[in-house]
Design a protein around this ligand. Structure first.
Ligand SMILES: *Cc1c(COP(=O)(O)O)cnc(C)c1O
Length: 435
């Protein structure tokens, strides 16, 4: 055995194993969202008991430094005392009214102030709902039906977005999921991330039929893949020339890569923006917003119907408001950048030293270490990753108390609760787990 490949002792996860067996009798795959099942890394998930700051504890009393952050929302760290206090206080006055409340206007104004492209906003309950509604809005506004999205980008589980390109002519989408009608999928076309020509070709093939160009401005759902210089600007130009709406799905990047999201970081203004995750401070919230003129389509002002019994829910608004307030403190995004650089550069250095092919991408408080030679600019590049090596890394880290997303097609998320010492511990674990 060489010093670079020490044996990492397996942790006791007996109670998680038992809990998963019981859950599988009740829930499909034992989970309420598929990626939680750890299928892609070939093992069983860990059942969590509590979370505080940068840490998670499982039901076998193992402690973890958390880089999943409940898939994005936990940018302040888990269970921030101010957020919890606000939720508790608001709950005392009732958990839902189905009538307007002052907090919805306050929260709406805050989102308008913080996100450059948003002049009016509608709150919903999830990212899926936000993107689904934004697409309906773009269709209502343009009177067109086709959508261009990008291979490897995820926009929630609505029918017409669960589609990736068929080989060759990508003008007719093929559904990724059973239960999606081919007729629905055929309205969705896939382009390649960081490839403007692929977008241009689709627009040319369907003149005056494209309602929206929909993109994660920094891709996060194929791992973290940043836009190349000029790419987002090029999409803005193509949308203007073709009369399509440019929709930024900032459900992941909003309030994460900058306070005003990727649109602020890169200085490109979309027509419609989708938000989720951080905006709910750990409770279920999504939002979509944009120019006044476009938002005027939304009911009851306009003819595009969209509604929600629990939309603008007081507990969710309270958690979101408190979270967005705390994120406005000076130095927040500088600190997140410091953590991200420390970890990203540290992981890359370990791979470099060991001669392991890798590409480390990071943008603000999100990053991915890809186990593949660069460049990684699009989904096809990500797909070349070394699966065995990633799985070894994932389990090696888990057994050393580092909780990463169980897939190479995900980003790691940092929070303000992660200390320099947490990062040092993570790098020390990676030194052993990367082989
Ligand atoms: C998570 C995510 C969604 C879906 O949000 P849910 O709240 O899970 O429905 C949509 N778009 C992007 C970019 C996301 O990361």
């Amino acid at each position: 055995m060489t010093p670079s490949s020490p044996v990492i002792e397996k942790r006791n996860r007996t109670r998680s194993e038992e809990a998963f067996a019981a859950a599988r009798q009740v829930l499909p795959g034992g989970v309420n969202s598929p990626v939680r099942a750890f299928r892609s890394v070939g093992g069983n998930p860990v059942f969590m008991d509590k979370a505080k700051g940068a840490y998670l504890w499982d039901i076998d009393d193992n402690q973890y430094i958390d880089y999943v952050g409940t898939w994005g929302p936990a940018i302040l760290g888990h269970a921030h005392p101010q957020v919890i206090r606000r939720i508790q206080a608001v709950a005392e006055s009732g958990t839902s009214f189905g009538a307007p409340t002052l907090m919805e206007t306050e929260m709406g104004q805050l989102v308008i102030d913080l996100v450059p492209s948003i002049e009016k906003v509608r709150f919903v309950n999830s990212g899926t709902e936000a993107v689904m509604s934004a697409i309906r809005l773009a269709r209502a506004y343009t009177g067109r039906s086709k959508i261009i999205k990008f291979e490897g980008c995820y926009h929630g589980h609505s029918d017409y977005l669960l589609v990736k390109a068929g080989s060759g002519a990508a003008t007719h989408g093929v559904p990724d999921s059973a239960g999606v009608p081919a007729s629905t999928a055929s309205e969705t076309m896939n382009a390649h991330f960081n490839d403007l020509e692929s977008v241009e070709a689709l627009l040319k093939a369907c003149p005056e039929q494209v309602a929206a160009i929909l993109i994660e401005p920094v891709a996060g759902n194929m791992g973290c893949v940043p836009p190349e210089p000029g790419f987002l600007e090029g999409l803005r130009r193509l949308a203007d020339e073709s009369g399509a709406c440019l929709i930024f799905d900032e459900v992941m990047t909003g309030f994460r890569v900058a306070l005003g999201g990727a649109q602020q970081r890169y200085g490109v203004t979309p027509d419609i923006t989708c938000l989720g995750k951080i905006i709910g401070g750990g409770l279920p919230v999504g939002a979509y917003g944009g120019k006044q003129e476009i938002m005027a389509q939304v009911a009851p002002d306009g003819p595009m119907y969209q509604a929600g019994t629990l939309s603008g829910n007081p507990l969710a608004m309270a958690a979101g408001l408190e979270t967005l307030k705390l994120l406005q403190a000076p130095g927040v995004y500088e600190r997140l950048e410091v953590i991200s650089t420390h970890l990203g550069d540290g992981l890359a250095a370990i791979c470099h030293k060991k001669g392991i092919p890798h590409t480390a991408h990071r943008v603000g408080a999100m990053m991915t270490l890809f186990f593949t030679e660069g460049p990684v600019k699009a989904y096809n590049d990500v797909c070349r990753f070394d699966r065995e090596r990633f799985n070894r890394f994932f389990w090696g880290m888990l057994d050393q108390g580092i909780y990463l997303a169980p897939s190479q097609f995900e980003a790691s998320f940092f929070s303000l609760a992660h200390t320099d010492e947490d990062i040092e511990r993570t790098l020390a674990a990676a030194e052993r787990a990367i082989s």
